[in-house]
Write a protein that binds this ligand. Structure first.
Ligand SMILES: Nc1ncnc2c1ncn2[C@@H]1O[C@H](COP(=O)(O)OP(=O)(O)OP(=O)(O)O)[C@@H](O)[C@H]1O
Ligand SMILES: [Mg+2]
Length: 362
């Protein structure tokens, strides 16, 4: 059970900065997710914590102990790699026993340890099978098992579920979460999948070009994104963005967005800090109400472009002022290409971003 502290960490590869002055504290026993697009620096960050890569600047602490000069093999950290890195021609037992053999653990103890971990992962019956003959989910468990046998203090997981099919992924998500609770150990989990990060993480960090964007519990990142990047990263379908310009009118503050206006008077105070009148309006698909007829609270009229049925619900792609927005259709709503309908933006769920800095106006 250790806390992981990163202080002003930087890493460059051939002149390219991959991790930028990153400061972060991960609590003991926490399931911490790192979310970012491919190339954001997730793997590099995990490798820096594991000691497989050396930072150019900054410090790594494990439980308040500076480990900058501690070799990876002595950091008491286990990493589960994106590609699992199992030996395909060896058995499950041999793969799981490998880290213990390297540490010269006595045979009986080694056998007991592997069996105990295999049991907790329900792969006891596979111990004599070769890796090559296992399913994706079984291999996944072996990779986790190989990390568990060492009883490390911190688990680093690099997109461990990315090679699994959708259904198995859902199952393993729940299982990993359960495992983490049972072990009571610190998990640091990197993923490009926002649903995975939101559903598994006690807290999460969003990373973009090696820079931390926001660190908090998933609900805060979703409801109070700090900037346009975080707002666009979380949520499915993603938040809609539209450009607008604000002006004063009869004591009210209005945002002109193409052919319609939105009252943004409640942002009045915060707008004093904006760099100019040019803003980005953000509204999530789930906060747009689609109606057949224009009503007193309608925001604007739109044209139906694409109807995307998802079984239980339906996503509409709607044309407005030359752009497209997405919204969920109400139950039983029927629409086809070319229909003219109205939309109502929930006034309490509108987000504003400074066009220049992309920072949220809160
Ligand atoms: N050993 C290396 N030498 C040079 N460049 C590297 C090295 N390792 C990573 N990079 C670069 O650093 C950047 C971040 O890579 P990293 O693998 O950390 O991203 P990631 O977030 O894990 O991406 P993915 O989701 O694709 O796994 C990328 O531009 C990558 O090309
Ligand atoms: Mg990676």
């Amino acid at each position: 059970m250790v806390k992981v502290t990163l202080q002003n960490l930087s890493k460059t590869f051939g002149g390219k900065t991959v991790i930028r002055d990153l400061t972060l504290e991960i609590n003991e026993q926490e399931f911490f997710c790192i979310l970012g697009y491919p190339g954001a620096g997730k793997t590099t960050l995990l490798r820096l914590i594991a000691g497989l890569e050396k930072q150019d600047k900054g410090d790594v602490y494990l439980d308040n102990k500076l480990v900058n000069n501690v070799h990876a093999s002595h950091r008491d950290v286990a990493m589960i790699f994106q590609n699992l890195a199992l030996y395909p021609n060896r058995t499950v037992f041999e793969n799981m026993a490998f880290p213990l053999k390297v540490r010269k653990m006595p045979r009986t103890e080694l056998r007991n340890r592997v069996q105990e971990v295999a049991k907790s992962l329900s792969i006891e019956h596979l111990l004599d099978r070769a890796i090559a003959n296992l399913s994706g989910g079984e291999k996944q468990r072996v990779a986790i098992g190989r990390a568990l046998v060492r009883r490390p203090q911190v688990f680093l997981m690099d997109e461990p579920l990315s090679n699994l099919d959708a259904l198995l992924r859902l199952e393993m998500r729940v299982e990993l979460k359960r495992l983490q609770r049972e072990l009571g150990q610190t998990f640091i989990y990197a993923t490009p999948d926002q649903l995975e990060a939101m559903s598994m993480g006690d807290r999460m960090a969003t990373l973009s070009e090696g820079q931390l964007q926001q660190v908090d519990v998933p609900e805060v990142l979703y409801n109070k994104p700090k900037n346009q990047f975080v707002a666009g990263l979380l949520g499915s379908p993603a938040m809609n963005f539209m450009e607008g310009s604000c002006r004063q009118s009869d004591g009210r503050t209005l945002l002109d967005v193409g052919s319609f206006q939105i009252d943004i008077t409640r942002f009045h105070k915060a707008l004093e800090r904006a760099t100019g009148p040019e803003l980005i309006l953000g509204i999530r698909p789930e906060h747009i109400k689609v109606t057949r007829q224009r009503g007193p609270n309608s925001t604007c009229e739109v044209v139906v472009y694409v109807v995307e049925p998802l079984g239980g619900e339906m996503i509409l792609h709607l044309g407005v002022d030359g752009g497209l927005i997405k919204a969920f259709a109400p139950p039983g709503f029927e629409a086809k290409y070319g229909d003219h309908v109205s939309v109502e933006f929930d006034p309490n769920r509108i987000y504003l971003f400074d066009k220049k800095t992309e920072e949220a106006i809160l």
